[in-house]
Design a protein around this ligand. Structure first.
Ligand code: PHE
Length: 333
């Protein structure tokens, strides 16, 4: 059946607008291929009209051919654009995924070594019956100093050393205030560790940071002696650094413990003995200050810097690495 050129060209217009409608509602990449086959495939609409060329008079054929070629390249171009558009839409929540694209694997985070060491410390003391307590980072003079038997003119109360806020508040310089807060609300037997952040006015360098972490320990009961303190801390050092680790105690001074000591751990010939914590028997003034009878009860306390322990355990040379959040550092532990 012979058809007129005008009819055919009219039909091509209808095909163009049908294509346009279909493409306009497309949301998924898979559907692009179906449309491509339908319009541009070997048995598709465009091919169908190419076959009709022979039904036209030779003089009319080029007009149809031109129109078909234009339609074909128009369709091809639309589909390519659509493919690109759907691909980038995919990121905004459409279902579009190109499973053949090589992915960019998201880098998984790592636990900060400080938290890893803290987990170990908690585990070791947890097995010895110490429960975890926390306290506020913003403290007042009473809990940070006075109740801990610091004399009024103690140098660490100085503006130079402590971050003072308005209203007699300050950022705690150690975790020892948690000792006081615990003993105020809890009667012996007491066995707690108190991890957390502390602050001192230090200029940051390889071994100082104005913000750092400590773990406090406190045990109060009848009959607690210095040998309990030593036994507990030696067991701790052996668990954390290895069974063969040598430790020693040196006499020291803290206002809230009497006697006081520092514990050193022997690392190797290069590092030698290194201090890892301060400790002592809870000062009678501290006990009576919170209403615990020092004639009946005794206790020991200790405090360690988590950064220092982590630096020794993992041989980290600069304290600032802990806070940089650089994944190249964090992934090593
Ligand atoms: N709070 C002391 C410090 O920050 C450490 C310590 C805690 C010492 C408990 C003895 C007992 O240096």
């Amino acid at each position: 059946m012979a058809e007129s050129l005008d009819t055919l060209l009219g039909e091509l217009e209808a095909i163009r607008s049908a294509f346009s409608t279909e493409v306009g509602t497309l949301r998924e990449a898979q559907a692009i291929e179906q449309i491509r086959v339908k319009y541009l495939g070997r048995n598709g609409k465009v091919a169908h009209y190419f076959k009709k060329m022979s039904t036209l008079a030779p003089a009319e054929r080029p007009a149809l051919g031109d129109s078909l070629n234009k339609l074909k390249s128009e369709f091809q171009e639309r589909l390519v654009h659509l493919q690109v558009a759907l691909r980038s839409n995919g990121k905004q929540g459409s279902h579009m995924f190109d499973l053949t694209l090589p992915g960019t694997a998201p880098e998984i985070g790592y636990r900060n070594p400080l938290l890893q060491v803290l987990d170990e410390i908690k585990e070791i003391f947890g097995n010895m019956g110490f429960v975890v307590k926390t306290g506020p980072l913003v403290e007042n003079e009473y809990y940070n100093f006075q109740a801990l038997n610091f004399p009024d003119d103690h140098p660490s109360r100085d503006l130079q050393d402590t971050f003072h806020l308005n209203g007699g508040l300050l950022l705690r310089t150690h975790t020892s205030p948690v000792q006081i807060r615990t003993m105020e609300t809890q009667k012996p037997p007491i066995r707690i560790i108190a991890p957390g952040r502390c602050f001192r006015k230090d200029t940051p360098d390889a071994t100082h940071s104005p913000e750092f972490h400590q773990v406090e320990g406190l045990a109060v009961n009848e009959g607690i002696s210095l040998s309990h303190l030593k036994g507990t801390l030696i067991a701790f050092a052996h668990k954390l650094f290895g069974k063969e680790t040598k430790v020693r105690f040196r006499p020291s001074y803290f206002p809230f413990t009497e006697p006081s000591a520092e514990m050193d751990v022997y690392f190797d010939e290069r590092l030698g003995w290194l201090e890892i914590l301060g400790a002592g028997m809870v000062h009678p003034n501290v006990l009576s200050g919170v209403g615990i009878d020092p004639e009946k009860y005794t206790g020991f306390a200790f405090g360690m810097g988590i950064e220092r322990i982590a630096m020794l355990k993992y041989q980290i040379g600069d304290i600032r690495h802990f806070y940089d959040n650089d994944i190249r550092f964090l992934k090593q532990f």
